[in-house]
Design a protein around this ligand. Sequence first.
Ligand code: DAT
Ligand code: MG
Length: 148
Amino acid sequence: MQQTLILLKPDAIQRRLIGSITARFEQKGLQLIGLKFVKADRALAEKHYAVHKGKPFYESLLEFLTSGPTVAMVWQGREAVQVCRNLMGLTDGAKAPPGTIRGDFALSVQNNLIHGSDSAENASLEISLWFKPEELLNWNIVDGTWVS
Ligand code: DAT
Ligand code: MG
């Protein structure tokens, strides 16, 4: 089973979209194994977005991510990384197709509500930035054999 890091970024919390967005992952059949409400500091944001260092939007992106609380989650399931990226939609809210989270709720490029890891390798790296191993729960989901 694959795991992926999902962040509901500060705009999602400010816009009261935690429930609406999280419902999509639950309804898809993914399993929640980690969840916390966290205000990222500059050091965490820098590590999280290290790949974007030097790009014109980098500073603004760090300011945005550290501007308020985020919901950090780890979701598990078959092909979880790609499945979550598909649920999220394209980076630019204006281009993300309807039916996706960004397509339905976002218009901005930067303030696009949600982060999802883009590969299994980055997922394990990002999960270790946001969660301690003991914060991830191994639990038996009753309909697991029906869903995956
Ligand atoms: P994604 O979040 O879809 O993985 P990304 O990794 O390319 O997108 O970029 C990380 C975040 O940076 C993205 O969610 C929003 C912001 N961003 C990306 N490109 C941008 C741009 N051209 N202008 C402003 N913000 C941008
Ligand atoms: Mg990315």
